[in-house]
Design a protein around this ligand. Structure first.
Ligand code: MLT
Length: 415
């Protein structure tokens, strides 16, 4: 009789956002008269901008003509999109990234989950705590995380870097971290960083990120840098890409998305940058391995979607997507101000579309989730779903409509 992958069985409970969706569904079916406002999952609500829609229409028309029809896309991405990204994203930052180092995909979620496949099973991972759950879950699936302690929510073989109010939600080098067993096993091989951060909305300074790059190069680790929320950076001294740092080409992978900056959550497009200079201890390049993996497991993002992605970088596309970002950041400001005036301790929401708050009266994150759902009919995300240090915290997204955001905050203020 066959057996399933035993590592998958180690995963505790459901995926965070599936669990939330289940609870909300149950509640709304039992209370069909209630208007529920969803500020949980970071899904956009504004439609795709006109420049993107125009590009989609014209690409669809091309698919209808024999001489412009496209079949399989190149598995690493169309040349037109890879060059546009190199020219429009990396060149203006002074970052030395060649178009051939850019791998186009169907989104940052799959890339951030799949990238661990090209590392040895025994590599040690370090994650911020709290953190986007995909990083740890996919390493659990790969059998890399040891045993789970339900009491603490920690995996024995993962290095956790707590990000709390005390350290300004900025991770410290793992020498100060803790791991699930309290063992002295704190030298990571893979370091997951995400800035602007999901879920806390915190950012990192250029000097601090430079320290991470220097550290990774010193110990021979790779940083997987998730920059999905880069478009929301509004302050100076916040790096837009890890490749602004000296030495990043030998230690950093960067993952980007079209979901949050241009509303592609349902359209699906992202990319991962792997410089050819990153090599393991035997001289193998990650670039070659990821290309091999793409070739075997991926047939390329659809042509029409890549044309839509290219349109995001047009003058019109940039203007229109910037307007959308400003729209969401107006929501963020409303949430921040509203919650502050109601006495909540809040952070984030300045360079990121997420607001991180402390639950009132030391309520647990899931108790506050249930309380908010029942008493205000507002959905958020429990902080503990992102890791043990998220307990006692809660995340609200600024991706709702302005009207719903105002209504949700006004309801919370009345509680
Ligand atoms: C989130 O809410 O954390 C994100 O939207 C999830 C995702 O991007 O996959």
């Amino acid at each position: 009789m066959f057996k399933v992958n035993q590592d998958y069985l180690k995963l505790p409970g459901s995926y965070l956002f599936s669990e939330i969706a289940k609870r909300v569904k149950e509640y709304s079916e039992a209370n069909p008269e209630k208007k529920i406002i969803r500020l949980g999952i970071g899904d956009v609500t504004q439609p795709l901008c006109p420049a993107v829609i125009k590009a989609l229409h014209s690409a669809v028309d091309e698919m209808a003509e024999a001489d412009t029809f496209k079949g399989y896309a190149p598995d690493l991405g169309y040349e037109f999109l890879r060059s546009t990204i190199a020219d429009k994203v990396y060149k203006p930052l002074g970052a030395d990234i060649d178009k051939d180092e850019i791998f186009v995909s169907d989104g940052a979620k799959s890339d951030s989950g799949n990238i661990q496949e090209i590392f040895d099973r025994d590599v040690k991972i370090a994650v911020c705590d709290p953190v986007y759950p995909v990083y740890v879950d996919t390493n659990v699936m790969a059998g890399r995380t040891g045993t789970y302690d339900a009491a603490t929510g920690l995996w024995s073989d993962v290095i956790y870097m707590p990000c709390t109010a005390e350290n300004g939600y900025a991770p410290e080098l793992p020498v100060n971290g803790r791991d699930g067993l309290g063992k002295d096993n704190r030298v990571p091989d893979i370091i997951y960083l995400c800035f602007p951060n999901n879920p806390t909305g915190a950012t990192i300074t250029k000097d601090a990120l430079q320290d991470w790059v220097d550290y990774a190069n010193r110990i021979g680790a790779v940083i997987i840098y998730d920059a999905a929320y880069e478009a929301y950076i509004s302050e100076e001294d916040v790096p837009h890409s890890i490749y602004e740092m000296r030495g990043a080409r030998t230690c950093a992978i960067e993952i980007r998305s079209f979901s949050k900056n241009a509303g592609f959550t349902g359209t699906r497009l992202g990319y991962t940058v792997i410089p050819k200079d990153i090599k393991d201890s035997d001289g193998n390049t990650l670039h070659a391995l990821w290309a091999r993996r793409h070739g075997t497991k991926f047939n390329g993002a659809p042509y029409i979607v890549q044309k839509a992605g290219e349109a995001v970088f047009s003058e019109e596309g940039q203007r229109e997507t910037n307007e959308q970002i400003a729209y969401y950041m107006k929501n963020a400001a409303y949430i921040l101000d509203g919650l502050k005036s109601a006495g909540y301790t809040v952070s984030g929401g300045v360079n990121a579309p997420y607001i991180w708050l402390r639950t009132p009266d030391r309520m647990s994150s899931w108790d506050f989730f249930d309380y908010l759902l029942k008493e205000a009919n507002v959905v958020g995300t429990p902080g503990s779903g992102f890791g043990p240090s998220g307990e006692g915290h809660f995340r609200l997204t600024a991706f709702g409509s302005y009207e719903n955001t105002v209504e949700a905050i006004d309801r919370i203020k009345k509680l």
